[in-house]
Design a protein around this ligand. Structure first.
Ligand code: BGC
Length: 455
């Protein structure tokens, strides 16, 4: 399908059941990092250390969503956004990760959920968006198999407390990123490095994902239960055999290794030797325990990566050829702008017959926005979103499974190691004054959602 101009894109073409929304996460937006009994998370600890985050930014205030959720939800309403994805901060509910429950934390999320529902906005809850309780990290965090029990306790509490009103759940956010960046490269919290930390974290996160799904199902048999995965379109740098093989290894690591065990296919150890080392951490019953029949899989695709074979890269024998080197347009994150990648990934995930439904639970772009005379004319973001929705439309028209699309993100927020330098929002925030200014992309999405651009 050739998409020519924004007016060719109509929300109504996707049907009434298609879920449109925006996605956010607790640590990136809430602030109030120790308000009303909240315990410290690994990201509170990580951001307090110098040199970990650009400009040493911290998220003590972030978007102050904890205090301004009512106004922000009202703004969602004004923008016609019908579905809101947010995560629950584990340490607001269980300040030490297990044991004593903090009622004030429960009250807060009850208020958020109730205010969303009063405004006819459907809550979509992620249980884990990277903010592990520091008290649990002190006991090894994701490298300690006990984490499955700790996470189960948290999951059961959330199901019991919020499940009467929350119908849509995502167990985990992008385990490949929090295990890779947090436990192998050390560039995200908790800043751990090394292969054995990584492999343990991967296996425990996979088990916790499937276990979380089972607990939700047990408590909420009618809920819509999913989990989200980061996925990147991987292409070889050349037609050389060794580059093609290198690209396959990266695809196995970034894409297949996280979804396939959940689908009952096990880890793709045949395609990537280093994954065989996972066996060391697996019990006989684990192969079965990593499987869960999710109602939907959330895919989060922002870009493509081009891969070259590299003798010097341990374990994986491959390296990225940056978009900058390839002379292609990028976002503020240095990620290539390549909308067809989203279609490729939808096709790839559609090829797994075990997946029932697919929702794009995140897609979006960071650009250096400026407020000029009260306006943010973010044409590049609007174009990025339009071109990605066009790829979703192509998939939909071809009859692929695709049931929703959520933009990352609602307001500018704390972008992990980038601090406040990368702005992904449809709404600009002046972080000195907390003033919100809807960007032109936000107005475009509003009009698209009300089908005002219908010809
Ligand atoms: C994460 C978000 C993040 C976004 C942009 C995703 O990997 O889920 O938390 O802000 O991408 O980097």
């Amino acid at each position: 399908m050739k998409y020519n101009k924004p007016s060719d894109l109509h929300q109504s073409h996707f049907g009434d059941d298609f879920k449109w929304g925006v996605a956010t996460a607790a640590f990136q937006t809430e602030g109030a990092c120790n308000a009303h009994g909240k315990g410290a998370s690994i990201w509170d600890t990580f951001t307090a250390k110098k040199g970990r985050v650009k400009s040493n930014h911290s998220a003590e205030i972030a978007c102050d969503f904890y205090n301004s959720y009512k106004k922000d939800i009202d703004l969602l309403k004004e923008l016609n956004i019908p579905n809101f994805r947010f995560s629950i901060s584990w340490t607001r509910i269980l300040p030490n990760g297990t044991g004593e429950v903090n009622q004030k934390g429960i009250d807060y999320y009850n208020n958020v959920i109730d205010h969303l529902l009063e405004n006819n906005i459907e809550p979509w809850v992620t249980l884990y968006h990277w903010d592990l309780p520091q008290a649990l990290e002190d006991k090894g965090g994701w490298t300690n198999r006990e984490v499955i029990h700790w996470f189960s306790e948290f999951t059961a509490i959330c199901a019991k407390q919020f499940g009467d009103r929350v119908k849509n759940w995502m167990v985990m956010n992008e385990p490949s990123v929090f295990t890779g960046a947090g436990y192998f490269l050390g560039i995200h919290a908790p800043g751990k490095k090394g292969l054995s930390n990584f492999l343990k974290a991967v296996h425990h996160a996979t088990l916790a994902t499937a276990t979380g799904g089972r607990i939700l199902r047990e408590h909420l048999p009618n809920a819509n239960i999913g989990t989200t995965l980061s996925c990147t379109n991987i292409e070889p740098a050349s037609a050389k055999k060794k580059d093609i093989a290198a690209a396959k290894r990266i695809d196995t690591l970034l894409n297949r290794a996280f979804v396939e065990p959940l689908l009952g296919l096990g880890y793709p150890m045949k395609s990537l030797k280093v994954l065989r080392k996972l066996k060391k951490y697996m019990l006989p019953e684990d192969e079965k325990a990593t499987q869960f029949d999710f109602d939907f899989i959330g895919i989060q695709c922002y870009t493509r990566e081009v891969i070259k074979s590299s003798f010097f890269t341990p374990y994986i024998g491959a390296k990225l050829v940056s978009a900058e080197k390839r002379g292609l347009p990028t976002t503020e994150m240095g990620w290539e702008i390549h909308p067809p990648s989203l279609y490729h990934m939808l096709k790839k995930f559609n090829a797994y017959p075990q997946i029932k439904k697919i929702i794009v639970t995140e897609n979006g772009a960071a650009f250096p926005d400026k407020v000029i005379n009260g306006t943010v004319n973010d044409t590049k973001r609007t174009k990025y979103i339009q071109e990605h929705i066009a790829q979703v439309m192509k998939a939909h028209k071809k009859g692929l499974k695709i049931d929703g699309y959520f933009i990352w993100t609602f307001t500018d927020n704390f972008e992990w190691a980038e601090g406040y330098h990368a702005r992904f929002g449809l709404v600009h925030i002046d972080f000195d004054t907390q003033k919100r200014t809807v960007k032109n992309s936000g107005y475009w999405y509003r009009d698209f959602l009300s089908d005002k651009n219908k010809s």
